[in-house]
Design a protein around this ligand. Structure first.
Ligand SMILES: Nc1ncnc2c1ncn2[C@@H]1O[C@H](COP(=O)(O)OP(=O)(O)OP(=O)(O)O)[C@@H](O)[C@H]1O
Ligand SMILES: [Mg+2]
Length: 364
C-alpha cells in the first residue's frame, strides 16, 4: 500500500504509468533480439513509434556493428547484467547521443533482457543548468559593484585626458588618445557585464528562430565573417519560439563567433541546424518546473574542440583561452538561455564541437 498524501491512500499504482513516466528509455528484448516492450522515452530516443518497433529486431534501429549492438548480443548470450558508461549512440535518425546503458535479465524463466538507456544529456543537464544559474548570479553581484565603483572614476579619467589633449603635441596626443581608447574598452566591458545585473523580466514574444539565425549570419558576414563554409539545415515547419529577438540574436551570435574562431582556416565548416524534437520534456528550469523544450538549435564546427581543462567551467565568466578574449560570450549566452527557461549544452571532441540550445515554443 502506498501513502501518497496525508489523506490519500492508494493501492497498486499501475506499473506501466511508472515506467512511462521515466526519463530513461526502457526496452525488453527477447532471446533473438526482438523488441517485446518499450516505454515512451524509448520511442522518443529512437524517434520511432511503438507500433513500428514492437516485434521487430533491435538491431534494425541500432547502427550496424555499433558497440551497443555488441553489448546486447553479449548480454543475450550470457543472460547477464552489464553496465556501460558514455557509449556513443549514432544514426541518421537519432543523430548522436552519449548514453549510459544498463542491461539486466528480465527474470529467471525467459531469456529476455531489460535494456535501460540513460541519455547523458539529461544527467549532465540537471547538474549544469543549476551551476550556470549560480555562476550568473555571482557575476551579477560582482558586476553591480564594478559598474558603480569603476565607471564613474573612468569617466573622470577620460574627461581629464581630453582636456590635456588641447595643449599637447602629436606625440602627447597619441598618449591621451590611448588613455581614451583604453577607458572606452573598459567601459564597454562593464556594459557587457551589465547583462548579468539586469534581473528585470525579459520581454517575451513569438519569435521566428530562422529570422534570428539569418540576422546572426548577416551581422557576422559584415563583422567577423571569413571564408569558412556555412551549412544551414533549417526545419521549415518549426513553430515560433517564446523569446526575445535581440537577446536570442546575442545568444547565437556568441555561439557562431566561437564556432568561426574555432573552425580551421582551411576547410573550416560551420553547420547551423534547427530541429523539432517531438515530445521532448527534458528540461529542468530553475526549480520545480518542467517545461517542454522541443526546439533545438545546433551550432557545429570542425575545430579542435574545447580544451579539456576549461570544459567543467565553460559557462563561467572570464574563462577564455584566447589572447584577446573576454571569456564573457558563453557566460552571457548561458544567462540569456536560462532566462528564457531554455537549456544549453555542448559535446566536443577534436574535429567536432556542437553547442545545442533547447528553447520553449510560443503558445498563445
Ligand atoms: N566552438 C568552440 N570550439 C572550441 N573551443 C571553444 C568553442 N567555443 C568556446 N570555446 C572555448 O571556450 C572559451 C570561452 O568562450 P567564450 O565565448 O565565453 O569567451 P571567448 O570567446 O574566449 O571571449 P569573448 O566571447 O568574450 O570574446 C573560449 O576561449 C574557447 O577556449
Ligand atoms: Mg566567444
Amino acid at each position: 500500500m502506498t501513502k501518497l498524501q496525508d489523506n490519500v491512500v492508494r493501492e497498486n499504482i499501475p506499473e506501466h504509468l511508472v515506467i512511462n513516466a521515466l526519463e530513461s528509455a526502457i526496452l525488453v528484448v527477447d532471446e533473438v533480439g526482438y523488441v517485446v516492450f518499450l516505454n515512451g522515452a524509448a520511442e522518443q530516443l529512437f524517434q520511432v513509434s511503438k507500433k513500428h518497433l514492437l516485434n521487430s529486431s533491435i538491431y534494425n534501429i541500432l547502427p550496424p556493428g555499433s558497440n551497443i549492438s555488441n553489448l546486447i548480443k553479449g548480454a543475450l548470450k550470457k543472460i547477464a547484467g552489464v553496465m556501460e558508461h558514455s557509449l556513443v549512440l549514432e544514426s541518421p535518425k537519432i543523430k548522436r547521443q552519449i548514453v549510459d546503458i544498463q542491461i539486466s535479465p528480465l527474470d529467471n524463466l525467459s531469456q529476455s533482457i531489460v535494456i535501460n538507456i540513460f541519455q547523458r544529456r539529461i544527467a549532465d543537464k540537471l547538474g549544469k543548468q543549476q551551476s550556470y544559474l549560480a555562476s550568473a548570479r555571482s557575476i551579477s553581484a560582482l558586476s553591480q559593484v564594478l559598474a558603480h565603483e569603476i565607471k564613474n572614476p573612468l569617466s573622470g579619467i577620460r574627461g581629464a585626458a581630453q582636456l590635456l589633449e588641447e595643449g599637447l603635441d602629436s606625440d602627447g596626443r597619441k598618449l591621451t588618445s590611448l588613455i581614451c581608447n583604453e577607458t572606452d574598452r573598459v567601459v564597454a566591458l562593464l556594459d557587457k557585464m551589465d547583462m548579468f545585473s539586469d534581473t528585470s523580466e525579459i520581454n517575451i514574444s513569438s519569435v521566428n528562430i530562422h529570422k534570428v539565425l539569418t540576422r546572426v549570419r548577416d551581422i557576422s558576414a559584415a563583422g567577423f565573417g571569413s571564408n569558412k563554409k556555412i551549412i544551414e539545415s533549417f526545419d521549415p515547419s518549426l513553430p515560433p519560439v517564446a523569446g526575445n529577438f535581440d537577446q536570442l540574436v546575442q545568444v547565437f551570435l556568441n555561439l557562431f563567433k566561437n564556432a568561426m574562431e574555432a573552425a580551421p582556416k582551411t576547410g573550416g565548416e560551420i553547420k547551423v541546424s534547427t530541429n523539432y524534437q517531438h515530445g521532448a520534456r527534458l528540461s529542468v528550469v530553475s526549480s520545480d518546473d518542467q517545461t517542454v523544450l522541443p526546439l533545438l538549435v545546433e551550432i557545429e564546427d570542425n575545430g579542435e574542440g574545447v580544451p579539456e581543462h576549461i570544459q567543467q567551467n565553460l559557462f563561467d565568466a572570464f574563462v577564455t583561452t584566447k589572447s584577446g578574449g573576454g571569456g564573457l560570450g558563453l557566460a552571457v549566452t548561458a544567462k540569456i538561455v536560462a532566462s528564457h527557461g531554455g537549456s544549453i549544452e555542448f559535446d566536443t571532441e577534436p574535429g567536432r564541437t556542437i553547442f545545442r540550445v533547447f528553447l520553449p515554443t510560443f503558445i498563445n
